[in-house]
Design a protein around this ligand. Structure first.
Ligand code: KG4
Ligand code: ZN
Length: 345
């Protein structure tokens, strides 16, 4: 029998809804981004995000059902991101999903946002992902390495001690007047630029017990000091970024990617997984994709990377994690709350 799940995701600044059939077939995947709304501030303004989720949730959900060609009555369960994320944004999605599930008499499944990101590569690999896997999840809020011994089991083995990689991209872009979100702009600008122009080095973690951890705040500060020392002015609106800025962001990106890929390779050499997974918003980065693919080839391991639409925040990945959770009997009660700091267990 087919099982259809509707998922809602509003943990940050994307209002998203998707319908997934049997945990694999994406019937619809609708994302309404608020990026233009937050761009003038160089980052997400939480109150604005929450308010726009409230406005966007009903039309986005209706669009997801329409594209799937289904009515709510034909949906078997509803899943919603319960955390982590911005509390106001999460609350908007959780309250909406609760109302919908209650009114339609459907079971409600709470989903951890990172479980969603970690399930995205499975959606994109119809023949399955080889397990145990080593997963690198890189987003605006998280930069973590997970061991996945079996389906739906995530063992955290390393994480950032300060900024997430995406956060570092966004902050560097803001400093240079490149707009928000910073990742895609820096990705584009860095293509063909001199990534050795500035000698940024990936952070070294001295404590050997924390060898799998990341750190990006030192690199962000190094960019800031370089900009001050060299008197580099931010790009004015409408102005084309100079070669100096393109080389600077390419050098920053090289250091970030070296750190991400280096840690993944070191962990793979110790843990000897059967495959590597790369996921999260920053997994959309072309340099990271290319360098991770080259590293995987050297290790002789398959690399599973979701397409960009499933790497950045979306509800199809929440539906994938929601289906797994549903199958395990996970159900929310009507007092489900938003959990901005929800740990992944
Ligand atoms: O996973 P995601 O959509 O949201 C969170 O859960 O945080 O990730 C958003 C992050 C932002 O920091 C954005 O700048 C970054 O992903 N990002 C990129 C690229 N596309 C999005 N970073 C580097 N290169 C990209 N192409
Ligand atoms: Zn995310």
């Amino acid at each position: 029998m087919t099982f259809r799940l509707l998922a809602i995701e509003t943990s940050c600044d994307e209002t998203a809804a998707a319908v997934l059939e049997d945990g694999r077939h994406i019937l619809s995947n609708v994302v309404s981004s608020q990026a233009d709304l937050h761009a003038p501030w160089g980052g997400v303004v939480p109150e604005l995000a929450a308010r726009h989720h409230l406005e966007n949730l009903a039309p986005v959900t209706e669009a997801a059902l329409r594209e799937a060609g289904l009515g709510l009555a034909e949906i078997d369960a509803i899943a919603v991101t319960a955390g982590p994320g911005l509390v106001g944004s999460l609350l908007a999605g959780v309250q909406f999903a609760k109302g919908l599930a209650f009114a339609a008499g459907k079971p409600l499944v709470p989903v951890h946002h990172i479980a969603g990101h970690l399930e995205a590569p499975f959606l994109a690999a119809p023949d399955g992902v080889l397990l145990p896997a080593l997963a690198l999840c890189v987003s605006g809020g998280h930069t973590s390495l997970f061991e996945m011994p079996e389906r739906g089991v995530y063992r955290l083995i390393g994480r950032t001690r300060d900024d997430a990689a995406g956060e570092a991209y966004d902050k560097v872009a803001k400093l240079l007047g490149l707009g928000y979100p910073g990742g895609p702009v820096i990705d584009r600008l860095a293509r063909g630029a001199d990534d050795r122009a500035v000698d940024f080095t990936p952070a070294r973690i001295k404590d050997p017990r924390r060898a799998n951890d990341f750190s990006f705040s030192g690199l962000k500060t190094a960019v800031l000091y370089h900009v001050r020392r060299e008197g580099i002015a931010p790009v004015a609106p409408g102005e084309t970024p100079s070669k100096t800025i393109a080389d600077l962001v390419a050098s920053f990106q090289r250091a970030v990617v070296q750190s991400l890929v280096g840690k993944m390779v070191a962990a793979a050499e110790t843990l000897r997984p059967k495959s590597l997974l790369l996921t999260g918003g920053v997994a959309a980065n072309s340099r990271l994709r290319a360098d991770a693919a080259a590293a995987a080839a050297r290790l002789g391991l398959p690399l599973f990377v979701p397409p960009i639409a499933l790497s950045t925040d979306n509800a199809a990945m929440i539906a994938a994690a929601g289906t797994l959770a549903f199958d395990r009997g996970v159900r929310a009660t009507w007092d489900l709350e938003a959990h901005p700091q929800l740990p992944l267990v």
